[in-house]
Design a protein around this ligand. Structure first.
Ligand SMILES: [Zn+2]
Ligand SMILES: [Zn+2]
Ligand SMILES: [Zn+2]
Length: 328
């Protein structure tokens, strides 16, 4: 029953839940994210070992990740680079499978052990969950707030992707695309007091360009207050007047699609960006939330575009609507 329920939630939210726990049970000092402690199995000769130690120490001081053993860096091709990262990952416990384009040279890692403001660990260590106290009590669970890595040993792909992308830009803070408030980024889940998402459109200057599976995307953030429609932050569709509701989105993690495009409220939201005729029949809806972030050809003018992903200022107005104030 539990598995089915989690699967259903997963398919609806795009976030896979493996377990559900009450937040207060979450231990901040769980033994993951320690950088790994893989011991070698065969003892090499002493001279080689000494050389290796020196080299690793150098790499460690450059990347902020202490390695027991690794392979010599080779940045000739991306393929080689990927293999090296995979190997480093298996030995250090910091696995980077999604490599942001910008992070390839030099390879940047982050030190999970550092507390806020360190030279390498630029991300903040969350000391408690008090920032979520504004939420209704029934939302303080791991359905609504992502608290744990997928899998063991701090190898979570999403977290690694977000932190390495931000680290490569030297950014420990992000900005909400709606209210522009500054948000701290934390080194563990929940990564932010809001949620990250990927969009094919750059909603704000602060959104970082990334390549995901060959497609150009922008790493974007919405804060908790805007998701919850807190006073003065609620937004409505400028065409049908419907309130945009982000309360069902899981906090502290990342959606791989544009969360504003995912639930088109009216015909204006499904029109072609070139000829302004509806790309879908008014009653037609796509199967998955992520389908609305993909390139589709317009059936009328054949223009290939992410037609459902519109500029936020075009779609939304802040409350109260009577003043007809455009967002922001
Ligand atoms: Zn906001
Ligand atoms: Zn609408
Ligand atoms: Zn068209």
């Amino acid at each position: 029953m539990e598995k089915k329920r989690l699967k259903k939630i997963g398919s609806e939210t795009g976030v896979r839940c493996t377990s559900v726990r009450i937040i207060k049970r979450y231990k901040l000092d769980s033994p993951d994210c320690t950088g790994g402690k893989t011991e070698r199995t065969t003892p090499p000769d002493r001279a080689t070992e000494e050389m290796e130690k020196k080299r690793l120490k150098k790499i460690g001081s450059e990347t902020g990740v202490r390695c027991k053993r690794t392979t010599p860096p080779d940045r000739a091709t991306e393929e080689m680079e990927k293999k090296r990262l995979k190997k480093i990952g298996s030995e250090t416990g910091v696995r980077c499978t999604s490599i942001p384009k910008i992070a390839l040279t030099p390879v940047l890692f982050f030190n999970f052990r550092s507390v806020a403001g360190g030279a390498n660990g630029i991300f903040t260590r969350r000391l408690d969950f008090s920032s979520f106290n504004a939420l209704p009590k029934n939302k303080l669970n791991s359905y609504q707030i992502k608290t744990e890595d997928e899998g063991n040993h701090g190898n979570d792909d999403t977290r690694c992707f977000i932190l390495s992308t931000l680290a490569s830009q030297g950014r420990s803070r992000v900005h909400c695309v709606l209210c522009e408030d500054q948000l701290l980024v934390f080194d563990r889940y929940p990564l932010v007091d809001g949620t990250f998402f990927l969009s094919p459109r750059q909603h704000a200057k602060s959104c970082i360009e990334v390549k995901v599976e060959g497609r150009t995307q922008f790493l974007s953030v919405v804060c908790m207050g805007c998701l919850e429609g807190a006073s003065g932050r609620a937004i409505r569709c400028r065409f049908c007047n419907q309130h945009w509701d982000g309360t069902s989105l899981v906090l502290g993690t990342m959606y791989s699609y544009d969360i504003f495009a995912a639930m088109p409220c009216c015909t204006e939201r499904i029109k072609c960006n070139a000829c302004y005729k509806p790309v879908l029949h008014p009653s037609q809806r796509l199967n998955f939330f992520s389908d609305y972030s993909h390139m589709v050809p317009c059936p009328h003018c054949r223009t290939l575009d992410t037609h459902f992903v519109k500029p936020l200022s075009f779609c939304y107005a802040r409350l109260p609507l009577r003043s007809l104030q455009m967002w922001p």
